[in-house]
Design a protein around this ligand. Structure first.
Ligand SMILES: Cc1cc2nc3c(=O)[nH]c(=O)nc-3n(C[C@H](O)[C@H](O)[C@H](O)COP(=O)(O)O)c2cc1C
Length: 351
């Protein structure tokens, strides 16, 4: 019999399938259903800082005023912040109700809020905390390095304040993702430089002990924008992913496995058992699913797990660590498969 058990950020999971942070896990009923359907863990819907919620409300109002009702509904849905008290109660109730790890999720904006809310979340009993750093800089004038420093600073602040494990959910948009991931994902004798404040003049680099994130979650799927050519309007893109979207996170999973000491969680485009298997072969510690559950219901969890188990048995594996990362670049006898040559082959037709 295949044993799907794994550890993630020091937590023991009966399998590597986690229900991702979303409206599915924004209420106790959803958390109970996720656990009853066999998920290895749940990540609760993010607690958004009120400021972001207010901004979202303004944005959605703006969209509604402009007649973009779909966009307004989406924004309201995505940004509908549970108040902190309701959220903390959801953590307590979930922990009491289910026997799988309950990971809370936080999405903040201002510097001090991260730590304030993170401490409250820890006290409420969450097994771990996932930080969703949803920065999507769209204007010029912000240097790439300054944006990276915000990630370093948020991680440092929260890690220093908490005892529970901390995961960082990041997007793919960095000029050197490999370097940022290596910084966030490894302990270092010498901390990366960043300023204490984000904009205060004269603030200096602190002398700190640098501790890695317990996990990196690859990748955040940002709000999608589309255009209705009939109405000639900006509209919300599909909030749900397609299976084709797995490739971005899959590639980086394979590149980062063994290059970062943090655990790696895969999210975006994982819809079926074979997608979970691909991510594990690439090097994922665990996988997270959202869109496929929204499309197919919580029963999809059981189908995915059965498919993973069946595949393992067919291949003669009894444990995940017998094949995890087998197709990562670090374990590959053809590391060049991941590099520029493949790109050239594809476009120039070289043999
Ligand atoms: C309706 C909806 C709500 C979401 N809410 C959150 C959230 O509160 N926090 C978060 O970190 N991610 C949120 N996500 C993103 C998911 O956690 C996940 O990373 C993303 O949907 C990609 O995974 P998938 O391809 O399995 O859907 C949300 C996604 C959807 C579709």
């Amino acid at each position: 019999m295949a044993d799907l058990a794994t550890t993630y950020m020091g937590l023991t999971l009966k399998n590597p399938l986690i229900v991702a942070s979303s409206s599915l896990t924004g209420n106790l009923e959803g958390v109970k259903q996720a656990a009853a359907s066999g998920a290895g863990a749940v990540v609760l819907k993010s607690l958004f800082e009120e400021q972001i919620a207010a901004e979202t409300a303004n944005l959605s109002q703006h969209a509604a005023d402009a007649g973009h009702t779909e966009a307004a509904e989406y924004l309201q849905g995505y940004g509908a912040a549970l108040g902190p008290e309701t959220y903390l109660q959801l953590i307590k109730d979930s922990v009491a109700a289910v026997d799988v790890p309950v990971i809370a999720s936080l999405n903040c904006f201002s510097r001090d809020s991260w730590v304030d809310y993170a401490r409250k979340i820890e006290s409420a009993g969450a097994a771990a905390l996932e930080l969703n750093i949803g920065l999507l800089p769209t204007r010029s004038g912000q240097q790439g390095r300054a944006i990276e420093e915000r990630y370093y600073q948020i991680l440092h602040q929260v890690k220093s304040a908490l005892k529970i494990p901390v995961a960082l959910k990041i997007g793919p948009y960095f000029s050197s993702l490999a370097e940022v991931a290596a910084t966030l994902g490894n302990d270092r004798a010498q901390a990366p430089t960043f300023t204490v404040g984000w904009c205060g003049p004269g603030e200096t680099t602190p002398k700190i002990v640098w501790r890695k994130a317990d996990a990196l979650v690859l990748f955040n799927r940002f709000y999608q924008l589309d255009i209705d050519i009939e109405k000639m309007e900006i509209v919300a893109g599909n909030p749900l992913s397609s299976p084709a979207e797995i490739t971005g996170a899959l590639r980086w999973m394979a590149l980062l496995h063994k290059r970062v000491a943090s655990d790696l969680a895969a999210t975006t485009g994982i819809h079926e058992g074979r997608d979970v298997i691909k991510q594990l072969l690439a090097g994922a510690t665990v996988t997270q699913v959202c869109s496929t559950l929204m499309k197919n219901g919580f029963a999809q969890i059981g189908r995915i797990l059965t498919d993973v188990e069946t595949w393992m048995e067919q291949k003669g594996f009894t444990r995940i660590d017998q094949f995890r990362g087998r197709l990562s670049q670090a374990n590959s006898s053809h590391p060049q498969d991941f590099e520029r040559l493949q790109y050239i082959k594809l476009f120039v037709g070289l043999e």
